[in-house]
Design a protein around this ligand. Structure first.
Ligand code: FBP
Length: 555
């Protein structure tokens, strides 16, 4: 690597802390099996689809002897799947070190460019020397990532053929809910084929929505929210200095509003929209706008024509009428894919699709600003998700707020000045240098994944928990992938998927937010968290997310 920053040189020396249970080698890590498990919902359907890997027991590692571990050398392949998240390289490092510690003859390859690398059999041998450049670094550039979904019978048999040709014994899929759903499908296929090959997942996504009782957080959430919080904090300070603009900041996170809520805690802006609350209260777009306008007017009456609004990127999918429109659009686009593909301009596509929609939804589509309507028509990703990162919801809100304020002005109910600026923070946070938390967590997840495959387990997600304690005390094990599944509608069809963890409105983080938001709305309670600190007092360098702290304090 030619150009390396001073920070990166220092950061390479960082030695992630391994949980005590994973220390001293695989032969001293005992595997303890729990009870058989069930999927979170739709048990009969999920069982039918995953006949061979359904109902597996949870497993935990404990100190003890393990005679099975690593007698025979194995070859493992790792693939990074979906959006980048800080710490991916440390998963590879932990995996590599865990495998080598168990048996120096074990080998690791990395499929290139995400799951398409499996299909094209494109990979890189991972060596200690190569890996050295990437330890504790952000990004996925060591082997890159991609969003290809392996789903057709041809793709499954190609996967099998390529794993056999390359003599791969186990595949580790580092991904979010969709990628790990895909991991479960590959595990099921390989198990059915009776090939003795393992598939293990690692919970990755900055969105923070791959979590449950056993997966306390996905990696990358900590670093990404710290980066966004620095940026939002800087905006809050600018707002407070210039006192002349309203900043509307859309934050990444796909459907769930976890990122927005966490950044809200860290910076305390005037308005934080939470998509899940909007859905639960069945708030129409007009009501969302009315609530924003209410705060703007209250602040304006106090002479404050400025403020900061946080908008989760998935908001659009939670507003009831938009949710319905998107859901019908998904089916309409899937059912008419060929006809839509033949039309060249977005205008023609829009007209064609509108002609297929029920009148009410067609009218709604036509009433939206042209850009937003076009953005709603963009291709779904291979897993059937609307690409919310490309929909400029903050602009839609500003336009509507502006309209409402102008009306109120005419009626003499508002005398202030509304000047708005937009931001979208998403890609800025996905490849940051991992925080100490993420550097330790990802290394442990990778090392733990090595222990799972060494023990011949398949259809599991690497689970490292007890995260509010110091890394030495973290608990390690595996959670059956099917345990987290339910049936959802994707691409116009019912599909098994890992259930997304949305913001729980009865959970501690949301309740904490509700306690504070009125104060944040009217005052300037802004917090300026500054950049991630990698060196210095532990209170600053090892600070974990407020979300995790609140959630774990419930127990
Ligand atoms: P994953 O769920 O794959 O981790 O991706 C998360 C994410 O960063 C979302 O927050 C965002 O909506 C999406 O990826 C953007 O996707 P893309 O990188 O394909 O533009």
């Amino acid at each position: 690597m030619a150009n390396v920053s001073e920070l990166q040189i220092e950061r390479r020396k960082f030695k992630p802390v391994l949980p005590d249970v994973l220390k001293n080698g695989s032969a001293s890590i005992k595997l303890v099996k729990g009870k058989a498990t069930q999927s979170v919902a739709d048990q009969d359907e999920i069982k039918k689809i995953f006949k061979n890997i359904y109902g597996l027991p949870e497993v935990r590692f404990k100190k003890g002897t393990n005679a099975v571990a690593a007698k025979k050398a194995i070859k493992v392949a790792v693939v990074l799947s979906g959006g980048q998240a800080p710490g991916g390289h440390n998963v590879i490092a932990g995996l590599f070190d865990g495998l080598k510690e168990a048996n120096s003859e074990n080998t690791l390859i990395g499929y290139l460019g995400g799951p398409s690398g499996i299909l094209e059999n494109k990979y890189k041998e991972i060596s200690k020397e190569l890996l050295c450049e990437y330890r504790n670094t952000g990004g996925f550039d060591f082997i890159q990532s991609g969003r290809t979904k392996i789903e057709t019978p041809e793709q499954f048999s190609l996967t099998k053929a390529n794993l056999l040709t390359s003599k791969v014994d186990a595949l580790v899929v580092v991904g979010g809910d969709d990628s790990n759903t895909n991991a479960a499908m590959i595990a099921e296929y390989l198990k059915k084929e009776n090939l003795g090959k393992c598939v293990v997942g690692v919970p990755k996504t900055i969105d923070g929505d791959l979590k449950n009782k056993y997966i306390e957080t996905s990696f990358g959430f900590d670093t990404a929210t710290k980066i966004y919080s620095e940026l939002v904090g800087n905006i809050c300070r600018d707002v407070n200095s210039a006192q002349k603009y309203w900043h509307f900041v859309r934050l990444m996170g796909r459907s769930a509003s976890h990122i927005t809520l966490e950044v809200g805690f860290k910076t305390q802006p005037n308005i934080v929209l939470v998509g899940e609350e909007i859905l639960a209260k069945n708030m129409k777009l007009a009501k969302v706008v009315e609530n924003i306008v209410d705060v703007i007017i209250r602040r304006s009456q106090a002479g404050k024509n400025f403020g900061v609004v946080l908008v989760p990127e998935g908001l659009i999918e939670f507003i009831p009428e938009m949710k319905e429109l998107i859901s019908v659009l998904n089916d309409t686009l899937a059912e008419n894919a060929d006809a839509v593909a033949k039309l060249s301009s977005i205008r023609d596509k829009k007209e064609f699709v509108c002609s297929k929609l029920p009148k009410e939804l067609s009218d709604l589509m036509k009433s939206l600003p042209a850009d937003i309507a076009s953005q709603l028509m963009l291709d779904r990703d291979p897993h059937g998700n609307v690409q919310v990162s490309l929909i400029e919801t903050e602009k839609l809100l500003i336009e509507m707020v502006h309209k409402k304020l102008s009306e109120l002005k005419k009626e003499n109910k508002y005398k202030g000045k509304f000047s708005a600026i937009t931001h979208f923070f998403g890609y800025e946070g996905r490849c940051g240098i991992p925080s100490n938390f993420d550097a330790n967590y990802t290394y442990a997840l990778g090392y733990n994944a090595a222990m799972l495959v060494i023990n011949g387990l398949t259809g599991y997600l690497s689970s490292v928990r007890n995260l509010v304690k110091s890394p030495e005390q973290w608990e390690c094990g595996g959670i059956p992938l099917t345990m987290m599944m339910n049936i959802e509608r994707r691409h116009g069809r019912e599909k098994p998927v890992i259930q997304k963890a949305l913001v729980d409105l009865d959970g501690k983080p949301f309740k904490e937010f509700v306690k504070n938001r009125d104060e944040w709305a009217v005052s300037e309670s802004y917090i300026f968290p500054g950049p991630i600190q990698y060196f210095g007092p532990a209170d600053v360098t090892d600070m974990m997310t407020r979300t995790l702290r609140y959630e774990q304090s419930e127990k």
